[in-house]
Ligand binder design. Structure first.
Ligand code: M6R
Length: 585
């Protein structure tokens, strides 16, 4: 996580740093900071809280200069405080650093550097990097050699960007398993963790590879391996489809993204058939198939397993990315590992993908954000094509993943299927008033349970995840049949329980589970295609073919979590403690 941006420009870059940083805030919003080379010294502004707070601070006491860095933090080491906010500055103010990642050997380096007289001002793992650089610069090394010294000493994952007082016309950047790219503009260069930070200024991009250092100058960039060997610089023209997101008339990005799902599912199946064909061909050849993902993407993976099993007669194992090690011995040259990630930057997923590649497996990936680290290390990629998802809670990317997996498993989706889905999602969105009524009940409680069977089971998990992250309510998603094996003991008078109960093959059994809850005083909220006396509250799900129910159920589940969060006045687009892109372990 953490968003980083560094710029070397012609005029004052400070306003642009604040602006670009705002577009990276999805990566973390515990604190924000910036450093600018001002009259031969490094001036720093830092604050806990949002980029808007940093912007207000900047307006109150402006700094200015033609080179600078900015950072938005998702705290890992050291609490959320002003002094732990980046940039961090060396003892004598020779250099400043911003960082995304984790420096694993920070404790031993801190001890060593402290014993040499370095005074640490923060509790972060990051600060060791700037003191290491200071040591190398003090020994008379230039930016490249000094950077190589730092890289040699650090263990972990990092994207690091340094500003150096003695070298005002260069920014030093280095990358190891964390995203970092350089945008080449007219007389200016920008280094950032995401092209979104600079896409309004240039679409000419150099993707830095892992284990490389970059010397960024106004007129270009030179790239080196950690041992100093110069690497060729490849400039890519990014498609202008990387547009800057806008909420338009919606109160939050999250509700905008929920509402645009009917159009999104249509876009997702208008894929270039080529990439779908490669995907299917690799899967057909596979001896073993693994689906690897985290969070909401993991729920999509559970459905993918079902679709591929039903339509391609493929057996696959679904693995939580953070738990891939238990299965990696099977990632051999007969295996296909399908990695699913909206951002394409989730560290746990990237690690599993690297392990799979290293063991000879074929890595296929499904991403939304592009370009991304995941697609760069994959053998084939399919893209969701649903545009930027800004809300931290995954919404349209989830339904797009599910629809794309359905299309992949079936070898495409017909116009009739797309129309059926789109119509049903629109009908589900039209239930918003009814859902607000249910949200008022749920918001009064402390817990809420979600129950589903078959294809609705992953949706019970997804409904609970949405409720946790948006409304901060305790929520559990359960396989309906598991209720009687323990969780039923939790049901008390008035406990709300969302019963996902479309009229598919699971209907009667799930209804019995609802009745078990009702007879113990629980409040059964039926999300179903038909009303029933078992339900205390009813939200209508439009009838569709059985395999589409997850996509259609997603809509009221998302709306419910959204409206509970809204009633409880939570920070909807940026829930506390979370970040959109989870680039640490
Ligand atoms: O970008 P990814 O799909 O790899 O992200 C995985 C999870 O971090 C993500 O789905 C997370 O659980 C969402 N905030 C859920 O809404």
């Amino acid at each position: 996580m953490c968003g980083i941006i560094g710029i070397l420009g012609r005029g004052d870059v400070a306003p642009y740093l604040v602006d670009g940083l705002g577009r990276l805030e999805y990566r973390g919003y515990d604190s924000a900071g910036m450093a600018v080379m001002e009259d031969g010294a490094i001036a720093v502004l830092r604050t806990v809280g949002t980029v808007e707070r940093l912007a207000a601070m900047y307006r109150g006491s402006p700094v200015s200069g033609a080179a600078g860095l900015a950072h938005t933090r998702w705290a890992t080491h050291g609490g959320v405080s002003d002094r732990n906010a980046h940039p961090h500055v060396s003892c004598g103010g020779e250099a400043a650093v911003i960082h995304n990642g984790i420096i694993e050997n920070h404790a031993e380096l801190r001890e060593e550097l402290s014993s040499k007289g370095h005074a640490f001002k923060s509790e972060t793992d990051t600060e060791v990097a700037v003191h290491l650089l200071e040591e190398a610069l003090a020994a008379g090394k230039g930016p490249l050699e000094a950077g190589m010294d730092v890289a040699r000493r650090l263990r972990g994952q990092y994207a690091l960007v340094f500003l150096m007082r003695g070298h005002p016309d260069v920014i030093l950047a280095m990358r190891k398993n964390a995203p970092l790219l350089v945008g080449l503009g007219k007389g200016e260069s920008i280094v950032a963790s995401d092209a979104l930070a600079f896409i309004d200024r240039t679409n000419r991009v150099v993707f830095l590879e892992d284990d490389t250092l970059a010397l960024v100058a106004r007129d270009g960039v030179r790239v080196y391996g950690f041992l100093g060997q110069e690497r060729p610089v490849v400039v890519t023209d990014l498609a202008q489809e990387l547009t800057l997101p806008d909420k338009h008339d919606h109160e939050h990005f999250t509700i905008k993204e929920i509402r645009e799902q009917p159009e999104a599912v249509e876009r997702v199946v208008s894929q270039v058939p080529g990439s779908m064909t490669i995907f299917r061909r690799e899967l057909e050849k596979a001896k073993r198939v693994f689906f690897v993902a985290a969070g909401t993407s993991y729920h999509a993976a559970l459905l993918a397993k079902r679709y591929f099993s039903d339509h391609m007669k493929l057996y696959g194992e679904v693995i939580l990315a953070s738990e891939y090690r238990g299965s990696e011995q099977w990632f051999d040259d007969g295996a296909v590992v399908v990695c699913i990630s909206q951002s394409g930057e989730t560290m746990d997923v990237l690690e599993a993908a690297r392990s799979a590649k290293g063991r000879g497996a074929t890595v296929l990936s499904m991403v939304n954000r592009s370009p991304s680290s995941l697609e760069m290390l994959s053998d084939a990629v399919v893209k969701l094509n649903v545009g930027p998802e800004v809300g931290v809670a995954a919404t349209k990317s989830f339904t797009a993943q599910v629809v794309l997996f359905y299309a992949l498993a079936r070898g495409g989706a017909s116009e009739e299927e797309v129309a059926e889905l789109k119509g049903a999602m629109e009908a589900a969105l039209a239930q918003e008033q009814e859902i607000i009524g249910v949200a008022e009940l749920v918001a009064k409680g402390r817990d809420v349970y979600f129950l589903g069977r078959g294809v609705s089971y992953p949706m019970a998990l997804e409904g609970a995840l949405k409720m946790k992250e948006l409304a901060y309510l305790h929520a559990e998603g359960l396989a309906a049949g598991e209720l009687k094996h323990g969780p039923l003991a939790l049901v008390d008078s008035g406990t709300p329980l969302v019963l996902l109960n479309p009229e598919d093959e699971t209907y009667a059994e799930t209804m019995s589970n609802g009745a078990e809850v009702k007879s113990r005083g629980g409040m059964v909220i039926g999300f179903s295609t038909a009303p029933s006396p078992t339900y205390d509250r009813f939200v209508r799900i439009p009838p569709v073919r059985a395999e589409f129910y997850p996509v259609v159920e997603a809509v009221p589940l998302q709306l419910l979590a959204y409206h509970v969060a809204r009633l409880l006045d939570k920070s909807i687009d940026k829930p506390r403690n979370l970040a959109k892109s989870v680039t640490v372990k």
